[in-house]
Design a protein around this ligand. Structure first.
Ligand code: AMP
Ligand code: ZN
Length: 291
């Protein structure tokens, strides 16, 4: 991200007081110089916040927090540390590049670090009822054979037509690849299609792929034989006009050609973590455009 201050620090364009660096993360002193040793840990890959960051990257950031914090305790005379993280403006996130604050503490240091909150007076049983998260169902992709690439996709649009975003998360052999993009003026269906196209175009020929999409438009086209009809009728719809988004459907077919692809419809905006992550990434792309 060209205008991200932490990306500039990572690129060496802005100086920092570096505490630790490896291939994935950087730890440096917070410029506020408030609490002695206040350190920030950031992933080198740009991600706006924990809300959309992939688990592999987050795992690396936490590993680095642990490494730096443990170093402070073992070698630097501290007795413990806070790991603190803000997400979203409402939660005081001022720099939109994932970062965890490490706040080293000494026994009886008398420092005020964590906000000293007053009792909010709520009934905890009520709060729990309100905030409880549904137990996570096994994700469908856990049932996918090991030789198959899992591709989750989603598209979103602010207005239809309007500014749009798409995202694809590919998982194979424990690794994850995330793709996303946006367009100024487009439609929801075009973004749903683009997410699948870009995802499939990133996969090596000969692979088996299972595509999970919440778009009935995309999934039914294959699973209910619309595509076969369109091809048979020379890309004319039943009303006689040219099939909408013909060039995208053809690009999608070309992307599928060297692969073995199966489509699965998932419920959108429910408890599917991968679908929700794609949705959030697509919406981030819309926000980047200013939609
Ligand atoms: P947050 O409020 O959680 O987004 O934290 C952002 C932190 O980044 C703040 O504590 C800032 O002091 C710190 N910060 C901003 N710019 C720099 C910089 N150039 N070098 C080091 N820390 C920075
Ligand atoms: Zn950045």
């Amino acid at each position: 991200m060209s205008d991200c201050i932490f990306c500039k620090i990572i690129a060496g364009e802005i100086p920092c007081h570096k505490i630790y660096e490896d291939d994935f993360c950087l730890a440096f002193l917070d410029i506020s110089n408030d609490l002695y040793g206040h350190t920030l840990v950031v992933p080198k890959k740009h991600n706006e916040s924990v809300m959309t960051c992939d688990s592999t990257t987050l795992g690396r950031v936490i590993e680095t927090c642990k490494k730096v914090g443990n170093h402070y305790v073992k070698n630097c005379g501290f007795d413990g540390f806070h790991i603190f993280n803000n997400n979203g403006e409402a939660a005081n996130q001022s720099v939109k590049h994932v970062h965890f604050h490490i706040l080293p503490r000494k026994k009886d240091d008398g420092q005020k670090v964590f906000p000293e909150l007053e009792c909010c007076g709520a009934d905890l049983a009520e709060v729990c009822k309100e905030l409880k998260l549904a137990e996570e169902k096994a994700q469908p992709h856990f049932e996918v054979p090991a030789d198959t690439v899992v591709l989750y996709t989603d598209g979103a649009c602010s207005g239809n037509p309007g500014a749009g975003g798409w995202a694809a998360i590919l998982t194979f052999e424990g690794r994850e690849k995330i793709l996303s993009g946006g367009e100024d003026i487009t439609t929801n269906n075009r973004m749903e299609l683009m997410a699948v196209i870009q995802g499939l175009e990133a996969i090596k020929a000969g692979q088996k792929v299972k595509v999970f999409s919440d778009s009935a438009y995309v999934v039914n086209a294959f699973n209910q034989g619309w595509i076969a009809n369109w091809k048979r009728n020379n890309w004319r719809s039943s009303s006689g006009g040219e099939v909408l988004n013909k060039e995208m459907w053809q690009r999608l077919l070309a992307a599928m050609q060297p692969l073995e692809v199966e489509f699965v419809k998932v419920k959108g905006h429910s408890d599917n973590v991968f679908n929700n992550r794609c949705d959030a990434l697509a919406r981030e792309e819309i926000a980047k455009i200013g939609g």
